[in-house]
Design a protein around this ligand. Structure first.
Ligand SMILES: *Cc1c(COP(=O)(O)O)cnc(C)c1O
Length: 534
């Protein structure tokens, strides 16, 4: 059967044992495939089999992160036997196509260039997720986009809709345009036809995070796929901006929260010929992220017991990994993010005069996790700063190395509070907060990403800060201390009934509303069903 939709993503977070993701973008894609399978949506995923994954990041004695790249192999992948090739620089690169439905997901086809018939550096195109420099990235985008479109054809599939999760896959559209030009259409007609089949999701409200490449680099790598300079710059400008191309190559584009929709429309208002940008707020897969005992709990006692169990599992893991035993009766706040300056991982330490007493007098414990990009020295500085904080407050602050889905699950289920403090409006969505909230781990966040859509102040969690002018770090930090000392800490220790009723409200207001199933129904109603059938 033809899938109706082909979903392209550079990364997929499908399970704890499969290392094909770096962070939130991949988690979303993995949850999408699982949700699509649950709902019977005829969707296939296209991705890459990353031999070393992203990075296995460990903390040395100095507190500085170091990266390891084990070879990952998976017995459960099925070789489809189908081979395709793409042109990189000026020669063919062979691609093997693997398939998995192993985690109850919709079929995922994973492209792999690690084949004996390829020489280096081509074999390593699919070695490191987000590794390498500009040319490697372009080669990866050729494999994902052009290779992905060819893989579907070679597998005998003719999807009606191509959905690009971020700009990495936009080169797929050059392939679809080429085929129509080979059938005699003009470039403009081919482009118009292709646009009617393409959906584009943008994720990055930080201008610098939107990828671009000089056109001559793209031509040198063969990424133009036979299109001329004028044609390529009509699609993505010169330099070639992957997001701009995504907007011009799609009929409907979407941001990933309501607030991000406003930000993205402003950010890309100058792009002529862009698709309208609507929003579909992200969701997570409850079967993956929600503690079954929490989902089944009815009474206050059952909610609290399920939470206590999850917290104990987390504290055991913290002890096993760090040798620190944290008191189960102490309020535990969790924070796990990729290291990026705007996320302000260390905001809570900004004023030692206010955080010191809370930590040292036993009112509060903190658990951190996160990874930095292997080439991002600034990001590694952020991680190392957190590690040093854990040494400054032994017993009260810990850092868990090598943040991954397993750590993410333990943390979002086992902490009492989930902290998120990005400088607004720079967080597009932030799905870890949804995981926490549907486990009754109360969300404490600046009003960024998905949170303004969900927060009922003091009822299902708390919003704080959100300064946009002046010393926003100072402002947001003070608001954080205020809500901690006046609301969070007194409620936790002094009013357990209210705390549990907040947990209950958190679970009730998010389990369905921020599930991937709600998200998929919106993609169907607001986007897929709007696209003309071709
Ligand atoms: C959920 C998750 C993310 C995404 O969470 P954010 O809120 O966007 O930071 C990233 N990494 C892992 C391992 C996760 O489980």
């Amino acid at each position: 059967m033809d899938p109706r939709i082909a979903y392209f993503s550079m990364e997929y977070g499908l399970s704890e044992e499969m290392h094909a993701y770096a962070g939130g973008l991949g988690i979303l894609a993995g949850d999408y495939l699982k949700g699509a399978a649950d709902l019977g949506l005829p969707l296939v995923g296209i991705g890459i089999l990353w031999r070393h994954g992203y990075t296995t990041q460990l903390i040395g004695d100095s507190g500085w992160p170091t990266d390891k790249y084990p070879d990952f192999r998976y017995d459960f992948l099925e070789d489809t036997g189908v081979r395709i090739s793409v042109t990189v620089r000026d020669h063919p690169v062979a691609i093997r196509i693997w398939k998995t439905t192993h985690f109850g997901n919709a079929p995922l086809f994973m492209l792999d260039t690690n084949l004996p018939e390829n020489a280096q550096p081509d074999r390593d195109i699919t070695a490191h997720l987000y590794g390498g420099g500009r040319d490697e990235r372009i080669a990866q985008e050729i494999v994902l986009g052009i290779g992905g479109a060819r893989a579907l054809t070679a597998l005998g599939m003719r999807p009606e809709i191509y959905h690009f999760n971020e700009g990495h896959a936009v080169l797929a559209a050059t392939e679809l345009i080429q085929r129509r030009m080979e059938d005699g259409r003009s470039f403009q007609d081919a482009w118009n036809e292709v646009r009617n089949m393409v959906v584009f999701t943008t994720h990055t409200p930080v201008a610098a995070g939107n990828e671009w490449h000089p056109l001559d680099a793209m031509f040198a790598m063969g990424a133009n796929n036979g299109l001329t300079w004028e044609q390529m710059s009509a699609l993505g400008d010169d330099p070639f901006n992957m997001t701009v191309a995504g907007l011009r190559l799609s009929r409907i584009a979407n941001a990933v929260s309501e607030l991000h929709g406003h930000t993205a429309r402003e950010m890309w208002a100058h792009v002529h010929g862009a698709a309208p940008i609507i929003h579909v707020t992200n969701g997570v897969h409850p079967g993956t992220w929600q503690n079954p005992a929490i989902a089944a709990a009815n009474t206050d006692q059952e909610i609290w017991n399920a939470h206590k169990e999850a917290k104990r599992a987390l504290l055991n893991e913290i002890y096993a990994r760090t040798g620190t035993w944290m008191d189960p009766n102490t309020l535990l706040i969790g924070y796990a993010r990729r290291a990026a300056a705007y996320k302000r991982s260390a905001l809570i330490f900004r004023d030692p005069g206010r955080i010191d007493p809370l930590l040292r007098e036993g009112g509060l414990n903190l658990v951190f996790a996160g990874k930095a990009h292997p080439r991002d020295e600034g990001g590694k500085g952020i991680i190392s700063h957190l590690v040093h904080k854990s040494r400054e407050y032994p017993g009260h602050v810990v850092f868990l190395q090598n943040y991954d889905m397993r750590v993410g699950r333990l943390l979002t289920q086992g902490c009492d509070v989930w902290l998120n403090n990005p400088r607004i409006p720079l967080e597009a969505s932030g799905t870890s907060g949804m995981k926490a909230a549907m486990n009754g781990t109360l969300h404490l966040s600046t009003p960024d990403g998905w949170w303004p859509e969900a927060v009922q102040q003091g009822v299902n969690g708390w919003a704080f800060g959100g300064g946009e002018h002046g010393d926003v770090d100072e402002y947001d930090a003070n608001q954080l201390y205020d809500v901690l000392t006046h609301e969070v800490v007194p409620t936790y220790y002094g009013n357990r009934d209210r705390w549990i009723s907040m947990m209950r409200a958190s679970i009730a207001s998010t389990s369905e509303a921020f599930s991937v199933h709600r998200m998929i129904r919106e993609y169907e109603a607001l986007i897929y069903n709007q696209l003309a059938r071709v």
